[in-house]
Design a protein around this ligand. Sequence first.
Ligand code: TIU
Length: 223
Amino acid sequence: KPPPRTLDANPFAYRYELPHTALVIIDMQRDFVEPGGFGESLGNDVTKLQSIIPTCQAVLSAWRQAGGLVVHTREAHAPDLSDCPPAKRLRGEPRLRIGDDGPMGRILIAGEPGNQIVPQLAPRVGEFVIDKPGKGAFYATPLHALLQGRGITHLVFMGVTTEVCVQTSMREANDRGYDCLLVEDGTASYFPEFKQATLDMVRAQGAIVGWTSPAAPLIESLY
Ligand code: TIU
């Protein structure tokens, strides 16, 4: 049995066993980090999210080498929009709505070019890819069953955006009994102040939602 691993995290040490821990990379798809996708249609500067890609790559690479389970998610809707509530599609005044034709194909639709995970973090055979219709990775997806079937009790989160899909997923996971760690430099928001607030609120009150840590000590713990 491999030894438990420990790293210096906030607000205190995070302890995990690799066979019972999954790396969950939230929505690192072109829709959010490249111009012409859903993120930009909402009025955001998508270049702000691109700087975390090398850090995510470093963690992913170390995690793969250690043999840990990897889960990728995509925010994605069925081509007929049957899983997209009208309230989501009609919200606000975006330039392009979910399902509309954009420069990277139909906005936020499964299978379209914009819905693909960025090539630097492309899933490999044997890794799980979860398409999710909501902000949280557990809502209307097989994720919880998949993790339970593999004895997973701990989740390490990276991805975008910190206060929307990452935080929602982490809260869903926390309520389902997982011990969650958020990689501080492996997550980004269109609003840096929202990212900071999320890191602060997640780890407050004795890790009420979970732990946070920079990528470096996590990678160190994998060797
Ligand atoms: N708009 C925004 O910040 N995020 C999303 O719509 N989805 C995710 O966070 N993936």
